[in-house]
Design a protein around this ligand. Sequence first.
Ligand SMILES: C[S@@+](CC[C@H](N)C(=O)[O-])C[C@H]1O[C@@H](n2cnc3c(N)ncnc32)[C@H](O)[C@@H]1O
Length: 193
Amino acid sequence: MNIMSVGFYAKFIGNAISKLEISDEDYILDLGCGTGRNACLMRNYLSEKGFILGLDVSEGMGKQFKKKARNFKNVAFKNQRIDLPFSLEDKFDKVFISFVLHGFPHEVRKTIINNAYENLKPGGTFWILDFNEFVLMDMPFYYRIPFVTIECPYAFDFIERDWKKILKKSGFNNFIETLYLKSYVRLLAARKA
Ligand SMILES: C[S@@+](CC[C@H](N)C(=O)[O-])C[C@H]1O[C@@H](n2cnc3c(N)ncnc32)[C@H](O)[C@@H]1O
């Protein structure tokens, strides 16, 4: 992402988070939350009544997350896999997943999408920040070479799929999209019916 954004990643992620339509009392679930950078950015839009829960399988990420969020009472981390079915006690207004979904086989992605659906409140929104749909060979070589070199093999079939159709089958509708980085990256919102 740093290569594709020529070092403007921080600006890009800040802009993407500004588009999430966060209300100050939102409950937000961040799937594959990583270091907590995104959670801390989202937290800027919340009051004390809002809440963010980050889930990640990596204990190392958990350590970094907790360190980053140590001063925020309403930002929490849970060491949990997102690729197996789960249902949390709290339900969320928003589920956010950033650069995680493309890294799984397609059947596993469907489980993750079902987890988002299960843990959203009715009318809640699933926000997916990830690669857009595109034809790899149409990508200019100066993007294609780093993409092919760095990305995991599952990313190649991720970019070829019709994500709105897939999300519709899982019960989502009302799609809104914002495109970034020459349209190779998309923020896709999908509403739980
Ligand atoms: C590319 S990083 C993205 C991190 C963060 N969302 C971001 O945008 O900076 C992918 C994250 O997904 C986590 N992850 C991978 N497999 C997972 C799984 N099965 N369950 C939960 N988290 C997982 C990794 O530990 C890592 O933190």
